[in-house]
Design a protein around this ligand. Structure first.
Ligand code: DAH
Length: 336
C-alpha cells in the first residue's frame, strides 16, 4: 500500500505539472481527489489494514492528499496568471486614462444663484411671470404711454395677437401686485427681449433681475441700504455704490446705480435702474384689482432692475456677451 501511494503521488504530481490548461488541472483533480478518484479509493482500502499499519499509512495518505491538493492549486494559479498576463499584453497601462467629462452649471446660473441667495437672506421671496406678456403689463401699468418710444415696433417683438415678448422684468412687479396685497418683498429674475442689433454688449434675449419692496413707510434709504448690502455681499467690502438721477416712467424719483470695486478696475460702471414706485403704477394696480390695497397715501415702495449678463461680464471679465449663449465648452469650462 505504501508503495502504491508513493507511486500514485509521483504520477499525480507529474501529471499536474504537465497540465497545459485549466481543464487538464480540473481533470487531474477529479482523477486523484474526486469521490471515485484514486486517493479516495485508497482511503477506502485503509479498512483492510492491520492496527499497526493504520497510523503510518494514514499519515502518508494525508501527506499525499495534501501535496496533490497544493500542487493542483499552484498549477491552477500559475495558469490563471499566464492567461491574465496574455490578456493585458496589448494594453499600455502607462497611457493616461480617459477622464470622464463632467458637466457644470452655466456662469449665468452660478451668478443668479448667488444673487438670489443674498436677497433671500434679506427676506425677499422669488417671483416670476410669463415671457409672453400683454402690452398692459409691460407698458401701460408701468406708466409708459402708447406714444413712448419703448413701445415702438423697432424696439419690441410683437405677436400677431398684440401680445409681446417682455422687454423688461418690471412686468413681474405688476404681476405680483395684481395677485397679492402689500407688504411685498420680491425678486424676479428672468429673460427680457429687445429688438437689438446683436453685438459684443447686446443680445436680443438677455437676463434681468427685478426687485420690489412695498409696505408702509418704505423710503429711498431702504433702497440704498438694500442695494449697498447686495453689492458688498457679492463683490466685497471695498465696493462703492452711487445713485445717479435718471428717468424711468414707473419710478419717481429714479436713479441709475453705478458701482466701483478694486476687482473691477476701480471705474464707475452703470449696472441697474431703480427708484421709488410712481403712484401712477399703484393707481393702475388698484383699478385692475378693484380695491385700494396699494393706496399711495398709505404705502410706498421701491424697485430696481439689474442686467445680469452685464454684471457677470464685469465680475468674470468676459469681453463679449455672446460667449454666454454660444455654448462653447472651452468658455464654459472656465467657470466650474
Ligand atoms: N426696467 C428697466 C430697464 O429695463 C430697469 C429698471 C429701472 C427696473 C428702474 C426697475 C426700476 O424696477 O425701478 O431698463
Amino acid at each position: 500500500m505504501e508503495e502504491t501511494l508513493n507511486q500514485l503521488r509521483a504520477e499525480a504530481l507529474a501529471e499536474i505539472a504537465a497540465a497545459e490548461n485549466e481543464q487538464a488541472v480540473e481533470a487531474a483533480r477529479v482523477k486523484y481527489l474526486g469521490r471515485a478518484g484514486s486517493i479516495s479509493m485508497l482511503s477506502e482500502g485503509m479498512k483492510t489494514l492491520s492496527k499497526e499499519e493504520k497510523p503510518r499509512i494514514g499519515k502518508l495518505l494525508n501527506e499525499v492528499r495534501g501535496q496533490v491538493t497544493a500542487a493542483l492549486d499552484a498549477r491552477k494559479g500559475a495558469l490563471e496568471e499566464t492567461r491574465d498576463a496574455a490578456a493585458f499584453a496589448d494594453i499600455d497601462t502607462t497611457l493616461p486614462g480617459a477622464a470622464e467629462w463632467r458637466g457644470a452649471l452655466h456662469p449665468m446660473t452660478l451668478l443668479l444663484d448667488r444673487a438670489v441667495g443674498i436677497f433671500r437672506r434679506m427676506g425677499f421671496a422669488l417671483a416670476d411671470g410669463p415671457d409672453i406678456e400683454t402690452e398692459w403689463h409691460c407698458f401701460d401699468a408701468l406708466n409708459t404711454p402708447p406714444d413712448h418710444p419703448a413701445r415702438n415696433e423697432q424696439d419690441t417683438f410683437y405677436l400677431p395677437d398684440g401680445r409681446l415678448l417682455r422687454t423688461q422684468t418690471s412686468t413681474i412687479q405688476i404681476r405680483t401686485m395684481e395677485s397679492q396685497p402689500p407688504p411685498v418683498r420680491i425678486i424676479g429674475p428672468g429673460a427680457a427681449y429687445r429688438r437689438d442689433e446683436i453685438d459684443a454688449t447686446h443680445l436680443a434675449q438677455f437676463t434681468q433681475m427685478e426687485g420690489l419692496c412695498v409696505d408702509e413707510g418704505v423710503t429711498l434709504a431702504d433702497l440704498k441700504g438694500t442695494v449697498e448690502f447686495f453689492f458688498r455681499e457679492l463683490l466685497g467690502d471695498k465696493v462703492g455704490v452711487r445713485f445717479r438721477p435718471h428717468f424711468f416712467p414707473f419710478t419717481e424719483p429714479s436713479f441709475e446705480i453705478d458701482i466701483k470695486a478694486p476687482a473691477l478696475g476701480d471705474r464707475w460702471l452703470e449696472l441697474a435702474g431703480c427708484g421709488m414706485v410712481d403712484p401712477a403704477v399703484f393707481d393702475a394696480i388698484n383699478s385692475r384689482r378693484g380695491d385700494h390695497a396699494y393706496d399711495p397715501e398709505r404705502v410706498s415702495g421701491w424697485a430696481f432692475g439689474f442686467g445680469i449678463e452685464r454684471l457677470a461680464m464685469i465680475i468674470s471679465a468676459v469681453p463679449d456677451i455672446r460667449y454666454f449663449v454660444e455654448n462653447d465648452v472651452r468658455f464654459l469650462e472656465q467657470f466650474r
